[in-house]
Design a protein around this ligand. Structure first.
Ligand SMILES: [Fe+2]
Length: 309
């Protein structure tokens, strides 16, 4: 097996600065926010928390922080956000952005639901021109009483589509402080971690930036996949990919689409990393379909890996 080291994305000095940071929420533009909100209520058990003055529909679980903002417009990604629970984590991100000459703003305190508040936050533009937010911990009481047959446990990761994986990963690893867990040998896919999970953020070459490739919610276990596939069928939501198991992350997966065409993943058993006890070397996977689907390599039409590129 050849190892073309020229495609390795380097990990800068900031790599690993964040170890207790996870996804927080995500904001989409969709053509029909009301119909899309109804879908997420019916399928994922999310509830409308509030409607913002501009008409954006905000959904969440229980009394916790929101998960999803749905604004009206052509399908696209408005912003995505991370909750930084590392001590001094936000100031570290600020200092590294400043050192790199990247402008950023203090996040408007009104960005979170009043009841769960976050004391501090950063808004910065990612390499593809999309806003990314980092904020201090929010109260999540009320989010943890999951009936895993009716709703996922939590929002787990975001995978961004881009035309420049290297530039995107260098921003998140070299400046923000993520680490690389896995990448494709050809540099077209990179999975990055900011807590013990194999990835909280991934980036894949889809030929253009400014939108997600997919985003993912956690299920508890393999048994849940059976009931969720039956449930999706009952709700007349076609399963688009899987069930299967990814190579990078070793996580089980199944995919379906929301009404706007966003690819939604349900996942479980993601590999855990323990950076406080062992040093990991980022791995390079062969760019072939079996890498992203260990169980035979079947892929949906929107997932291009290896020879199909
Ligand atoms: Fe994923």
């Amino acid at each position: 097996m050849s190892r073309p080291t020229r495609t390795v994305i380097p990990e800068g000095l900031a790599a690993g600065s964040l170890r207790r940071t996870s996804v927080s929420h995500i904001a989409f533009r969709v053509p029909d926010p009301a119909a899309t909100a109804d879908f997420y209520e019916r399928v994922l058990g999310l509830q409308i928390a509030t409607t913002l003055p501009d008409g954006t529909i905000r959904l969440g679980w229980g009394s916790g922080h929101h998960v999803l903002d749905l604004a009206a417009g052509d399908k696209g990604l408005l912003h995505y956000a991370f909750e930084v629970r590392d001590a001094g984590g936000l100031n570290g991100i600020r200092e590294r952005l400043d050192a790199a000459g990247i402008s950023h703003e203090k996040l408007d305190p009104g960005f979170v639901d009043d009841a769960v508040g976050a004391a501090d936050g950063i808004s910065v533009i990612d390499p593809d021109g999309t806003e990314v937010q980092f904020h201090s911990p929010v109260r999540r009481a009320g989010e943890h009483a999951a009936d895993t047959g009716r709703r996922p446990i939590k929002f787990q990761h975001t995978t961004i589509g881009t035309a420049d994986v290297r530039r995107f990963a260098e921003f998140f690893v070299g400046i923000v402080g993520f680490r690389i867990s896995d990448q494709l040998q050809n540099g077209h896919f990179c999975w990055m971690r900011s807590d013990r999970d194999h990835h909280t953020l991934a980036v894949v070459d889809v030929g253009r930036g400014g939108d997600i490739d997919h985003y993912s919610y956690d299920l508890a276990e393999w048994e849940d996949f059976k009931s969720w596939c039956d449930r999706l069928t009952d709700l007349e939501v076609p399963v688009q990919w899987g069930p299967g198991r990814h190579g990078p992350g070793n996580n089980l997966f199944v995919f379906f689409d929301d009404p706007a065409g966003n690819h939604v993943e349900l996942s479980a058993e993601m590999e855990k990393f323990h950076d406080d006890r062992v040093e990991y070397v980022p791995r390079q996977w062969e760019p072939r379909p079996e890498t992203v689907n260990l169980w035979g390599g079947q892929t949906p039409k929107w997932r291009k890996v290896g020879a199909a590129e």
